[in-house]
Design a protein around this ligand. Structure first.
Ligand code: ASP
Ligand code: MG
Length: 407
């Protein structure tokens, strides 16, 4: 008998009918002899609706109150699923984040889980009751409700699986796994049977939205095998996110991702002396703006250029911060470029294969795409290009690394 945590996302619980279908699937798993713990998202669109509601009464809603409001979406679905299961003759019990003892830090609207007690979940399992747990929520030390950031139910599910030492965490969504790239851009994109935690972490943080990045970090840390599956089919396929193995190294590139939510800021004519970068990025960090890529050029006559990227939503704020600094340090100018995209290739095979970067650059060159910035890690190469070339770049790279299924 295995213990499986099943998490169902918003589209999987979007209506009473979909909730009935989830109940059926939970029961099928039970009948197959496994124990199930269910974690649910709110109905799709509900969290957005609640957010919009908050903004109707306050342009900048208090975050403690916002968390309490947002946490209601998941209360609705857990109660409904527990009712649906009981209707079918199965004992089930819904639990909020507080009842499960999901304790987080104090950062409202994007709290991080610090520990998971899960006593009531264990008790329910011992009584043969199916626990149905609200995703996305926890409580801080003061026992105020917190939420884990958008898509946070994934993290609840994986953290709970880790705490319970579950055999697997199955994430049910509306796509049947992780693809080599966005199938909306490349119709021949293929589903990966398995992918390593590290690759998934890169893909998730690069904008492939199947799993919340934090959930992958948890899975990697506690070695929880995670499966991404569709709740809209009965096919038992999907993508297994797991420890790296030999087969994975054979594949040079596993996926191509893109991110259109970045903007590039360039400082021109910056005096090249100690402490300038520290002041620049220290000031930006203080405002909680996340800097992604940074490039500094070699200096000429004591002046250099520095370019970096930030989330597009924070670009204006970053520019105004930087503008003040420009005056203080006597740099020449600040430029903002919003129409950029970051296109990346990811694969653990890059560690043992050479020439991957060259292939990427040649491929982009052949399409006449100019590269504005480059950054690399051991298993990833990212290029910033003009946003209008996003699709072209993704398609060309997907083909160059032979990721498609034959049409
Ligand atoms: N309902 C929350 C959201 O929309 C959490 C989740 O679905 O994972 O972000
Ligand atoms: Mg999600």
């Amino acid at each position: 008998m295995a213990l499986i945590v099943q998490k169902y996302g918003g589209t999987s619980v979007a209506s009473p009918e979909r909730i009935q279908a989830v109940a059926e699937r939970v029961i099928r798993t039970r009948k197959a002899g496994d124990q199930v713990v269910v974690v649910l998202s709110a109905m799709s669109g509900e969290t957005d609706r609640l957010l919009a509601l908050a903004h109707r009464v306050s342009p900048k809603p208090d975050e403690r109150e916002l968390d309490l409001l947002l946490s209601t979406g998941e209360r609705v679905t857990i109660a409904l699923l527990a009712m649906a299961l009981r209707e079918r003759g199965y004992a089930a019990r819904s639990f909020t984040g507080r009842q499960v003892g999901i304790v987080t830090d104090d950062v409202h609207t994007r709290a991080r889980i610090e520990r998971v007690a899960a006593d009531r979940v264990r008790d329910a399992l011992a009584e043969d009751v199916i626990p149905v747990v609200a995703g996305f929520q926890g409580i801080n030390e003061k026992s105020d409700v917190t939420t884990l950031g958008r898509g946070g139910s994934d993290t609840t599910a994986v953290a709970l699986a880790a705490a319970l030492k579950a055999d697997r965490c199955d994430i049910y969504t509306d796509v049947d796994g992780v693809y080599t790239t966005d199938p909306n851009i490349v119709p021949t994109a293929s589903r990966l049977d398995k992918i390593s935690y590290e690759e998934m972490l890169e893909m998730a943080s690069l904008g492939a939205k199947v799993l919340q990045t934090r959930s992958v970090e948890f899975a990697m840390k506690y070695l929880v095998p995670v499966r991404v599956l569709s709740s809209f089919t009965d096919a038992p396929t999907g993508t297994l996110v797991t420890k790296e193995d030999r087969d994975m190294e054979q594949v040079v590139v596993s996926g191509v991702t893109y991110d259109r939510n970045q903007a590039k800021i360039t400082l021109l004519g910056v005096p090249d002396r100690p402490g300038i970068a520290a002041r620049l990025f220290g000031g930006i960090a203080k405002e909680d703006i996340i800097v992604d890529m940074i490039i500094q050029n070699i200096s000429q006559e004591g002046l250099t250029d520095i370019s970096f990227t930030v989330p597009r939503a924070d670009a204006k704020k970053a520019v105004s911060l930087v503008s003040t600094l420009v005056r203080e340090i006597g740099a020449n100018d600040v430029q903002l470029t919003e129409d950029i995209a970051k296109v990346s290739i990811v694969g653990v095979g890059m560690r043992s294969h050479s020439g991957v970067a060259a292939t990427m650059f040649e491929t982009l060159a052949r399409e006449g795409i100019n590269i504005m910035m480059i950054s690399t890690s051991e298993i990833k190469i990212s290029c910033v290009v003009d946003a209008k070339y996003t699709e072209l770049a993704v398609r060309a790279l997907h083909e160059a690394f032979e990721l498609g299924t034959p049409a």
